[in-house]
Design a protein around this ligand. Structure first.
Ligand SMILES: C[S@@+](CC[C@H](N)C(=O)[O-])C[C@H]1O[C@@H](n2cnc3c(N)ncnc32)[C@H](O)[C@@H]1O
Length: 256
């Protein structure tokens, strides 16, 4: 059985079932309370050029616009989702957002992103963790960092494998499977999951530990300044919890 590649992930995000789910979230859900709180705290300048990686169908992008951010560039490597974001922006009469098709691990291939410098970046709803392979995730962090000015904040979310006793117990069982070579052969690294949701959409996700993310940020020129589980930041609605499970928010700043 073949290992999961970025192409697998891109195909899964371009799948109509997944496109509908993200388009619905962009139309009806918007920014979570926790996202809004951190965006307003760490991105105080509404006219600063901001880069949103993995924008999907524009859920957070349009939310940022509604909060008053007016210099937004958003990209995703799933072209069907970028199309949805463009449609939603047009439907809402928003014509000031730059939506691009680009891969976070190869931003130099996008001529617009090659020459632009941003004063902040976001990769929300665990998008970074949907890149298979730690080295590729680090490459994306470096690529985004190289498009940001020193001191620029980066906001991301991840899961946290160590967050609860139940999770730690499940991951101990999974560690046993890896030791015996009985893990899902499609997975790239320990911590990966590849699963189908109730509607048949497929999701690849790497679930890191907190230490792993601290190492990845340090190795790629980002200094962490804040992290917290979502439940400690805001009480989210049922709709948000149904759309997205618990996560850890991270803010790091671009080193000099
Ligand atoms: C969980 S979705 C979040 C979408 C949107 N930000 C939201 O919150 O609704 C993660 C997004 O990251 C995108 N993504 C994953 N890997 C990427 C990569 N290497 N380059 C660009 N986008 C990527 C996916 O296509 C997907 O749209």
């Amino acid at each position: 059985m073949k290992k999961i590649t970025p192409e697998t992930v891109r195909a899964d995000f371009n799948d109509p079932v997944t496109v509908v789910a993200y388009a619905r979230a962009a139309h009806f859900l918007g920014l979570w309370k926790s996202e809004t709180a951190l965006i307003e705290r760490f991105f105080p300048e509404k006219s600063a050029p901001l880069l949103e990686a993995g924008c999907g169908a524009g859920r957070a992008t349009l939310g940022l616009w509604d909060l008053g951010y007016r210099n937004l560039t958003a990209f995703d490597f799933a072209e069907e989702l970028v199309d949805q974001a463009l449609h939603l922006a047009a439907e809402r009469g928003v014509d000031g957002i730059r939506f691009l098709h680009a891969d976070a691990t190869a931003l130099g291939k996008c001529h617009v992103l090659r020459d632009t410098r941003f004063e902040g970046a976001l990769f929300l709803f665990n998008g970074l963790m949907q890149i298979p392979g730690r080295e590729h995730r680090r490459r994306a962090l470096r690529e985004i960092g190289s498009r940001c000015v020193p001191g620029a904040p980066l906001l991301i979310t991840t899961h946290d494998r160590d967050d609860s006793r139940a999770e730690r117990a499940l991951w101990r069982l999974e560690a046993g499977r890896w030791e015996r070579g009985e893990q899902d052969p499609r997975l790239v690294e320990f911590g990966d999951r590849y699963f189908s949701d109730d509607n048949g959409g497929r999701t690849f996700m790497h679930l890191p530990t907190r230490v792993e993310i601290l190492e990845d940020l340090a190795a790629t020129g980002w200094s962490p300044v804040f992290d917290s589980m979502r439940r400690d930041l805001a009480r989210e609605s049922k709709a948000v919890k149904d759309f997205s499970d618990e996560c850890r928010f991270w803010v790091a700043v671009r080193s000099e």
